[in-house]
Write a new protein. Structure first.
Length: 219
C-alpha cells in the first residue's frame, strides 16, 4: 500500500442495508473505546462484533454483515462500529495494528457521516462517503474531528494481510511504500529510546505496545 488511505469500492452496502444497520445500532448500548489513557473520551464509542478473531453476540443482530464474511477472503481480527459524537476528536497519531508491512490492515465503511467531519491522513483531508469501502494503513499519521452536529458512525475492520489482500485489493509496492517503512523504523527507534529513559512515557505506552504484540502473536 503506497498511500495511507485508498478507496476500494463506492457502494459496498446498499441504501437498505445502511438503513437496517442504523436502525439496529440505534437500539444498542455503546461502550467507550478507551476508558483511560491518552485516547479516553466518552465521545468515542464502539459496538464490537468481532474481537480477537471471535464473533461476538452483537454479530447476530446485523444480518447485513454477512456480506463482509463473503467478501473478505482473509481472517478478520476485529470488527466494530465506531461512533464519534459531535465535538469528538482523535489527535494525530500512528499505530501499527494496521501496518501492511507488519501484516495488518484496517478497513473503514462509513455508515453515517456529515460534511464537517475532518478525517486526515498524512495531514491531507480524506472524505469518506456513506457505504464506501476504504483501506487505511494506520501507520500513516491520521486524525479525526467531528465538527458537525450529527454522529459519525463507521464500520471498522482489522484484518490479516494475505496474498488475496496484496494481489486483489492493494496497488503494487513502490519506492514511496519503502520510504514510508524506513521512516517508521526511525520514528519507532526514537520512541523506544524516549520510553526507556522516561518512566511516565513507559506507563503511557504500555497498553499500546501490549495491543501491538498481542496482535502480532496471532499472525
Amino acid at each position: 500500500m503506497n498511500t495511507g488511505a485508498l478507496l476500494l469500492k463506492s457502494n459496498f452496502f446498499t441504501t437498505e442495508e445502511i438503513s437496517g444497520m442504523l436502525k439496529t445500532i440505534n437500539s444498542q448500548s455503546w461502550k467507550p473505546v478507551w476508558e483511560d489513557g491518552s485516547y479516553a473520551d466518552e465521545k468515542w464509542r464502539e459496538i464490537k462484533v468481532v474481537s480477537d478473531y471471535e464473533d461476538q453476540s452483537y454479530l447476530t443482530l446485523f444480518p447485513e454483515l454477512q456480506k463482509i464474511k463473503f467478501f473478505f477472503k482473509t481472517d478478520i481480527v476485529n470488527m466494530m462500529f465506531y461512533s464519534m459524537t459531535p465535538g469528538a476528536n482523535i489527535h494525530p497519531h500512528r499505530d501499527m495494528i494496521g501496518n501492511v508491512q507488519w501484516g495488518g490492515l484496517r478497513f473503514h465503511i462509513p455508515i453515517q457521516t456529515n460534511p464537517n467531519l475532518i478525517f486526515k491522513v498524512s495531514n491531507k483531508r480524506v472524505i469518506m462517503n456513506v457505504a464506501e469501502l476504504w483501506a487505511l494503513d494506520t501507520s500513516y499519521l491520521h486524525s479525526v474531528s467531528n465538527n458537525g452536529d450529527t454522529e459519525r458512525i463507521h464500520l471498522v475492520l482489522d484484518v490479516k494481510v494475505n496474498d488475496w489482500i496484496k494481489n486483489s485489493l492493494l496497488p503494487k509496492r513502490n519506492i514511496r511504500f519503502y520510504l514510508h517503512q524506513s521512516h517508521l523504523m526511525i520514528l519507532y527507534f526514537k520512541k523506544i529510546l524516549t520510553v526507556m529513559f522516561n518512566p511516565r512515557e513507559l506507563r503511557n505506552n504500555t497498553k499500546e505496545m501490549y495491543r501491538i504484540m498481542k496482535s502480532l502473536s496471532k499472525r
